[in-house]
Write a protein that binds this ligand. Sequence first.
Ligand code: ATP
Ligand code: MG
Length: 399
Amino acid sequence: MNYDHILVRYGELTLKSKNRKIFVDALRRTMIQTLEPFGVHVKANRDRAYIELNNADPYKVMDALKHVTGILSVSPVVKLEKTNAAMQKNAVDFAHEFQDGSTFKIEVKRADKGYPLKTFDIQQLLGSHVLENTEEITVDVRQPDYEIMVEVRQDAVYMYREVIACVGGFPAGTGGRAILMLSGGIDSPVAAFEIMKKGVEVEAVHFHSPPYTSPQATEKVKQLVDIISDRTGVDIRLNIVPFTELQTTIYDRIPQSLSMTSTRRIMLRIAEKLASRKHAGAIVNGENLGQVASQTMTSMHVINRVTSFPILRPLLTLEKDEIIGKAKAYGTYETSILPFEDCCTIFTPKSPKTKPSLEKVEGFESRVDFEPLIDEAADNIEVYISNTEAESESFESLL
Ligand code: ATP
Ligand code: MG
């Protein structure tokens, strides 16, 4: 079929009617950026968008839109002149692709109330014309093998057969900004997609501990950032924090059973600095209730105490299988399972406390002057922007 447009239906936009223009503008920008390589033309209206294909492959274009947040579904469509003859001809073209012995149905939406034929009449006209011009197919309005959908609108008639579900949610940037704690694991990249789905723009932070963690481990995180960026059509900035000094200090000065708790608390203090300087409203991580010692409710409480920023945990209650399923669907799974060590895995104590005491953690931490080390780590952040070569910037220059 010679599809000439993609019809794009919006996600939850209607919930926020006052913000509609902001939402549509944001979605238009992301679609234009995502579709740049295809040479298509994006026309985003108040209630839906049309992508003029200019001979681009409709399925490749739709694939690129699948993870763009704010899009509910897409359909490859043929745009037709508003005449009975044009509709009849195209319905038959569609039907010629149906298998012999199959059934079909015509579904009409008549948005243009001025069109001379009523909905039912259009259905009859097209249905009988298709039957007259084909041999081996019949009508079944209940459970058809194929549907031909016809939308009669003010500007034209749009005809299509498929509605392909996309990610939904809100367009990028309409939900504020957050700092995303990104490890090389399975969970945090999924948390990225989930929070971005709500329109939140993320800036990622990753803590590495060379030489205990390898350069490949950091490369893996950059790759994950690239995948998230490619999928969503949004550029992502990754802040890579040198964490070795802090990690070894924790190892030397904090009892083993509390070292994981302290590690998380120190990471969070750095994430918080970043959040306030970037005017972010929250910190996001991939934590999941009960999954490991640092993710019990008591642990989360003790870790949380170092910051007043809200910590968003999009994966909090999901099952591990569900998270893995999502990682596969988002395309991050294969990269996440590459076997490079994360700084936390290397320094993970044998038996971390599942119920750490806030008093004790604070007591041990107060005997170490972490602040200068935190400042030093923060001053030596390396910045990587998705799909570019790494560049170095000091923390101060990011202000
Ligand atoms: P993930 O698969 O996301 O690593 P996990 O189940 O392995 O999660 P943890 O390693 O305990 O769990 O980490 C919990 C969360 O803390 C991660 O989801 C991530 O948001 C954050 N985190 C852990 N390690 C790092 C790191 N090196 N850099 C940045 N954030 C991290
Ligand atoms: Mg991990």
